[in-house]
Design a protein around this ligand. Structure first.
Ligand SMILES: *[C@@H]1O[C@H](CO)[C@@H](O)[C@H](O)[C@H]1NC(C)=O
Ligand SMILES: *[C@@H]1O[C@H](CO)[C@@H](O)[C@H](O)[C@H]1NC(C)=O
Length: 310
């Protein structure tokens, strides 16, 4: 193609020069340069304006993120009440189902000793497995542990009978009870009506690329739809945003605006599980992020018991 063009040009040249006089040719040349000059400017302007337009579009369509809880601050209780979705309308658990909805962050519930211990449990348990993708879970109740592309039973993963100690379960139960108490207090639910449910699990995220759907934690979702039985979702963070990892903030999405909870070791965050609380976790950019998801239901039939040594 270019070969043909070049030959065309060459064939035109002698033809043109044979018609025009030298003066004309100089003028044509200047005109040509002037034209090229304007073309060049037009081209540059087009590029600049297009780039600016794209930039502005990206900046202004990206939802603004308000920070509900900063990682470098401590909150005794940071909370907001929001209008409940219709998700609970058909529920019959009047004592327990949300009378109002909301989001709460509390930093003073779990001690740093408890956090350190549970982080050790998470690291030890997950060292027997680990997803190929960026998200691994360890469920002490079912014993499910991510390994490669699937889940295995943690209790078959300990070859020599080592593994979890009674102390591990004791601390886990203590922490779970504290969270349950905090949820009951805030949402005015008697504890006997609020039951632990599944899945309740440790999670570890790193920057490895997702290999399957279980690794993709960054899709906005509603816990009640994803897990069915949830009424109240809670998270206990075992590592800290901008210290142990970057990215990985917890984001509530509210009609185009976003509200972030920055994880902080020992921070408990809980919220009603219906579609008033659509959320996701941002993709991790660096480091490793540990957390525990502790879920509660009002449905006694969906209750699970505390895990114990097997
Ligand atoms: C993430 O964790 C998995 C194990 O779950 C491991 O195979 C992988 O190498 C880790 N990726 C990074 C970037 O550390
Ligand atoms: C989002 O918009 C819907 C419909 O307009 C409204 O019902 C809902 O309350 C809004 N949610 C929030 C969190 O503002």
């Amino acid at each position: 193609m270019s070969e043909v063009k070049r030959r065309d040009k060459n064939s035109k040249k002698p033809k043109g020069s044979s018609i025009s006089r030298p003066d004309d040719e100089r003028q044509n040349h200047t005109e040509f340069r002037l034209k090229t000059h304007w073309k060049y400017i037009a081209y540059v302007l087009t590029v600049v304006f297009t780039a600016a337009a794209i930039y502005l579009k990206v900046v202004y369509t990206e939802p603004r993120v308000a920070t509900f809880a900063h990682a470098d601050r401590q909150y005794q209780k940071q909370h907001v009440t929001i209008v409940c979705s219709d998700d609970y309308k058909r529920d019959t658990f009047t004592e327990c189902k949300p009378k109002f909805c909301g989001r709460v962050v509390m930093d003073g519930i779990v001690t740093s000793e408890e956090v350190d211990h549970l982080l050790g449990v998470a690291k030890m348990g997950l060292s027997y497995g680990g997803s190929n993708g960026g998200a691994s879970i360890l469920d002490l109740h079912s014993g499910a542990l991510s390994k490669g592309d699937k889940f295995i039973s943690i209790y078959s993963a300990f070859p020599g009978g080592e593994g979890f100690k009674e102390e591990d379960f004791k601390i886990y139960r203590t922490v779970k009870n504290k969270i349950q108490q905090a949820i009951g207090d805030h949402f005015k639910v008697p504890l006997h009506a609020l039951h632990l449910t599944k899945p309740t699990f440790f999670s570890r995220m790193n920057t490895s690329e997702a290999k399957n759907i279980h690794d993709e934690y960054w899709h906005p979702h509603v816990d009640r739809q994803t897990y069915g039985s949830f009424h109240y979702t809670s998270l206990l963070y075992l590592s800290t945003f901008n210290k142990d990892f970057t990215g990985g903030r917890f984001i509530f999405t509210d009609n185009g605006t976003e509200t972030a909870v920055e994880p902080r070791a020992g921070r408990v965050s809980f919220f009603t599980s219906g579609s008033e609380n659509v959320h996701f976790v941002e993709k991790l950019k660096s480091g490793v992020r540990y957390a525990i998801t502790v879920s509660f239901t009002c449905d006694p039939e969906k209750a699970i018991s505390d895990p114990d040594v097997v």
